[in-house]
Design a protein around this ligand. Sequence first.
Ligand code: NAP
Length: 249
Amino acid sequence: MSTLKGKVALVTGGSRGIGRAISLALAESGADLAVNYAGNHDRAEETCRMLRDKGVRADKYAANIANDDENHQMIAKVIADFGHIDILVNNAGITRDKTFTKMTPEIWHEVLGVNLTGPAMVTHEVLKGMMPLGWGRIVFITSIVGQVGNFGQSNYAVTKGGLIAFTKTLAREVARKGITVNAVAPGFIETDMTSAVPEAALEQVRANTPIGRLGRPEEVAEAVRFLCSPLSSYITGEVINVNGGMFMG
Ligand code: NAP
């Protein structure tokens, strides 16, 4: 279904993992894609080729979303190239795990910069062009960790919980402009991020997940695609869990 034909989507961290799956799902619905990434050019180019094979326009944009200047330049370039941004998926995120007493201020600030302040600042800049359009979709990729916490991830949990609060607040502020703001909260998904998790811990995740396995990026992407489509027009400020039943809230 080409429900997003003529729409332009910016996906942060759209070059691999969950972000790549989101980019591909939006392209399948007909959207043109601006793929943001941090520095892995090859993976970003590979993703753009996969997107173009689906018959949409796609280009890659390197920018550290924690850096305001890089964000502004990226968004200006996307608008110069595509004309407008109708859909923003704030997906890029990092982990720097340590128990809180061992956590350094450096990794605390690093994770807050990329996972919380970065998405807020990207959204702030994108909204300037999106509000006059009278239609828009903003989706934040949060995490089950922002809902229930996780040992060794206080910095990460704060950012993901913060994104949920931000989603609900921004949804109220821009609803009358035709823009919906929602979040998707994945559980444990098979990507490069979770490949670093020890097998014993993953076994525990499987044991605590009613569906009994980790999720796939494509399963997260489907929820995002729905929230970006015209079919979700009366849903805003909502969090959709994609976690195999690990947390039902
Ligand atoms: P991933 O495989 O590690 O991919 C991360 C993506 O983000 C890459 O495209 C990377 O670009 C980009 N990125 C990293 N830092 C960036 C920065 N400072 N500026 C711009 N782009 C940056 O991650 P993932 O597992 O797909 O996770 C995607 C999102 O889902 C994250 O927000 C994560 O917290 C969330 N999430 C993941 C899981 C899970 O189990 N995997 C569960 C819940 C939530 P480069 O390739 O250039 O480095």
